[in-house]
Write a protein of this length. Sequence first.
Length: 350
Amino acid sequence: MNPLRPKVAGENVKLICSCVRNGPALLDGRETLATVNPEPRDGDLVLVRCLDGKGAYDHVEDETGAAVRLYPGDVFVALLGTRRSGTNLVGEVPEGPLSAGDRLDLVAQGGLVATCVAVPAYYGARALPVEVVGFPGTGRVANIADAPVIPIVDAEPGPVDKPVLFVCGTSAEVGKTTLVCHLAIAAKRCRPNARVAAIKACGTGRARDRLHYRDANYDVVADFVDAGMASTYHVEIERFQAMLRTLIRHCADRADLVVVEIGGDLLEARAPEALEIMAELNASCVLMTNDAMGACDGLRRLDALGSPPLRIGSLKQNPRSLADRLGVPLETILEPGDPAACERLVELVI
């Protein structure tokens, strides 16, 4: 292997995945490589070897967020992580002991590995298989929760002293991140000296959304991986809520406007609990949708929380038709690509 590649527990590796945010604290050269993980947990570090050059994902993000192609024999540092995506792969962390030589699958580009239980047919390939090489750690298997970038604190429920805007949606790939990015650009036009922050509240960990936020000139970005979570599908409710309160307060201390993106839909990955935090904060919200029927259920859920959205956004729907079908005023329909509409929304929130 290339001698310039990093060493982990004495092993040359191709890369450390993007979900290992605090690598120097977790992998400082003193770690050893255990051959057995008796109680696998989401977020555990695992050294794996790629077994095939083709799969649903044939690349993984490195620590910079760059997509790196994988080839048979490549060794890299991944994380155990649960994923139950509505549009992508579903993977479960095994309950029993894991040992060197066991097979897992790459279930997310951020470097999450698990036992894949479902791949949508449109991928046209099975999940990429990997083999467990061992488990880095010092005394016990290292977990990203051991050294979070932003430690979770027991923040009390209640409002913060900065405006907070939640962006949620009726499905994945519905335009939530696109809108979040447009809002930063609009905020900088409206208030050139304002500092803005973006948070990815839930879903599957990776670097891509954070990089999109940075590209859009957000001054502060954070996500659940920063707080030590590989994904939010298998997180205790109390821990998730403490995490999100922590991230919101962290960002509110450093910015004038905080935008929170709820990943995926409103059904899983602790999205319902994120909505409860939104209601607790009396925060504003935008509901992104690509169909009127999905929007109807989203509106029902938000109304039940006493948090109707300021705007209903869509990338693909005809705004007049959507307004007519939902029985709402046309001005409540937001097209993310409309700069003036995004500016009006920012002014409403700030």
